[in-house]
Design a protein around this ligand. Structure first.
Ligand code: UDP
Length: 336
């Protein structure tokens, strides 16, 4: 397949690009490098520096590289930031997302896999969360992802866009070549490892949640497991595959959670990081972070049944261990 990966220089995108080229696909990466890194992109992929929000430019790219399917990973994705600057999230994720869909529509590219999020569920009423549970985001990030999910759904009904929407829980870990690097580092696992490297205390945001130890609970999934799910999802958008609709005419998205089904509290993450690194990581408790649900744990039953996907790299120590390995083998991060 010839695949366009938006955000292919970012954390999840770069690991997916690596897996796609290894599986023999031809990959074009579209990334504006605002948060991604040139050095994260597999040399076997073609990198185009630019925004997915420019319909004409994306349309030209789809035609030039005769793209069969798009994996749309690019987005602004920080819950905290989305609460203080929602405009940025609506502009980039929603307006940009529609611009991308327009490029697909006008060039007749009918296959998309969309990176969505557990944040669409908001404060879930039960755990583990299934895809048919109510979608009612409590942060702007989740809301923008819900908007794009809706647009994709209606493009399916109106224009026959075939889609798989993947609601990631908490992506973590690293492949040998690609890992998680952000500035500033706001995600829990890299932030814990950074605190450990710098010999600083780790600040946890709140310990008065209705959870066993009072800190939030999340479902961590290895980024390489996500990459494998992307590949299966891209295959599922084939017109011959009924999971994403009939060969022609209106289509409904296949929506799947991607998680492990097991939750770990923020304190458990710190304890696991202490075991992996062999170093003490003292914890300080700070105020709650705006927009944080107490517990987000997936039921990944549907991804298993429909896509044949199963998380294979699941133990917490393996996930944190791979992130730690990557940091040690890339002490200065990516070259650029
Ligand atoms: N968190 C924390 N300290 C940090 C970073 C994150 O306590 O420095 C908490 C955060 O409040 C949430 C959990 O870790 O409860 C996971 O946050 P992250 O940003 O990694 O992912 P999210 O679940 O928001 O997508």
């Amino acid at each position: 397949m010839r695949i366009l990966v938006t955000g292919g220089a970012g954390y999840i995108g770069s690991v997916s690009v690596e897996a796609l080229v290894e599986a023999g696909h031809e990959v074009t990466v579209l990334d504006d490098l605002t948060t991604g890194f040139r050095g994260a992109v597999s040399p076997a992929a073609r990198l185009e520096v630019g925004t997915y929000g420019d319909t004409a430019a994306v349309a030209a790219l789809l035609v030039r590289d005769r793209i069969d399917a798009v994996l749309h990973c690019a987005a602004k994705s920080l819950v905290g930031e989305s609460m203080v600057d929602p405009a940025k999230y609506f502009r980039e994720n929603v307006a940009g997302g529609i611009a991308l869909l327009e490029a697909l529509r006008t060039t007749g590219v009918r296959r998309i896999v969309f990176s969505s999020t557990a944040a669409t569920y908001g404060m879930p009423e039960r755990t583990p969360i299934t895809e048919s549970d109510p979608v009612q985001p409590i942060n702007a990030y989740g809301e923008t992802k819900r908007c794009v999910e809706s647009a994709i759904t209606w493009y399916g009904r109106g224009y026959g866009l075939r889609s798989v929407i993947l609601r990631y829980f908490n992506a973590a870990g690293a492949s040998k070549a690609c890992g998680e690097q952000h500035n500033p580092e706001t995600h829990l696992i890299p932030a814990v490892l950074l605190a450990c490297e710098q010999g600083r205390d780790m600040t946890l945001f709140g310990e008065d949640y209705a959870t066993p130890d009072g800190t939030c609970v999340r479902d961590y999934i290895h980024v390489s497991d996500l990459a494998r799910a992307h590949m299966l999802a891209l295959e599922a958008t084939d017109p011959a595959n009924t999971l994403t609709g009939p060969p022609s005419g209106p289509c409904e998205p296949l929506i799947c959670n991607l998680g492990s089904g097991t939750g770990f509290s923020n304190r458990q993450i710190v304890a696991a990081a202490e075991r992996v690194t062999g170093r003490p990581i003292p914890v300080k408790i700070g105020p709650r972070r705006l927009g944080d649900p107490a517990v987000l744990v997936a039921s990944a039953q549907r991804a298993h049944e429909k896509l044949g996907w199963e998380p294979g790299l699941g133990t917490l120590e393996e996930i944190i261990g791979s992130a730690w390995e990557w940091r040690r083998s890339h002490p200065a991060g990516y070259p650029d």
